[in-house]
Design a protein around this ligand. Sequence first.
Ligand SMILES: *Cc1c(COP(=O)(O)O)cnc(C)c1O
Length: 377
Amino acid sequence: MGFSTDAIHAGQIPDPTTGAVITPIYQTSTYAQEALGKNKGYSYGRTHNLTRAALEENIAVLEKGKFGVAFSSGLAATHALMMLLKAGDNVIATNNLYGGTYRLFELNMKNFGIDFSWVDTSELKNIEEAIKPNTKMVFIETPTNPLLSLTDLVGAAKICRKNNLISVVDNTFMSPYFQNPLSFGCDIVLHSQTKYINGHSDVIGGILVTNEEKIHSKLRYVQNAFGSIPSPFDCWLVLRSTKTLAVRMERHDYNARQFANYLEKSAIAQKVYYPGLVNHPQHELARKQMRGFGGMISADFGTFTKAQKILNGVKIFTLGESLGGVESLISHPATMTHASILKEEREKMGITDSLVRFSIGIEDIEDLLEDIKNALK
Ligand SMILES: *Cc1c(COP(=O)(O)O)cnc(C)c1O
């Protein structure tokens, strides 16, 4: 099936009681049992919920996976992943990944005896060199936030297979529409559904997808035992959103290409980070493993004053955290998403005070371009 057909139909069987075409919101905490030891396969809302199951199947199919396990947020999904490990284990993770992931790993999971090696995974040899006898997992984010650097997923998956490590890819920036890490041999895909998958800035949610039965059964256990489940209503909203994921992603991508080209050609930015630009250092890899370049762009405007002028001057872009919604957002990584990283380290990575991050929405591109021109006047 094509992506949009799957998005609209996978996991969406008409309700057997009424024939309702849209999966109902099963807003119930418990289920009537027919007799002692006899039920319809549903016992308690944390363990079983049909709205959630419909969403899990839908996203699993879109990610070319067999099993989806949904959580109350992207970070709850990341935390659930950590439950596959035990004290004494080591994880190799992409440096400059999502700030909340860094905080969970470095400031919290470390206290439970899990050790993290932060490496630039865009160079595969860095992953290989970081492997220790106790390494169990490699956690990759590609493209990264906010500098849009890529990791070769075929290469990374190979290294992980060879060394018997669980490979995890945070695919939030691409959505299942533009990139499917499981097809490259990776073990688990993670999404913050809060971003492109839901795309309407009205739900916090996360999901893990895998083809491995053993990993799935552990994650299913964790979902129930730790209990960070999404509400039936949130699952329903996300299901409503995946139906338009393809058309939204096409438009995010179309707008972002034009916006990045404008920033580069007009020379108002000193440096533009967007995998769709021919001079992005990994443009060829982007063409190989992604079917589009997405809607995220970062640009260095040279001075903080100029960056500030743009951040405060735009009217259609909303100044705010988050990304992937239909409305365009603008943010300042140095003081917002990446404020917890020491200035020196930040600047070394390229996250300067003059760096601005754009989440390009699906408005009319002419208006978005006009907005930035006006901000600079
Ligand atoms: C937002 C985000 C997360 C965390 O997801 P929440 O739904 O906010 O918990 C993880 N990874 C990436 C790349 C993100 O953008």
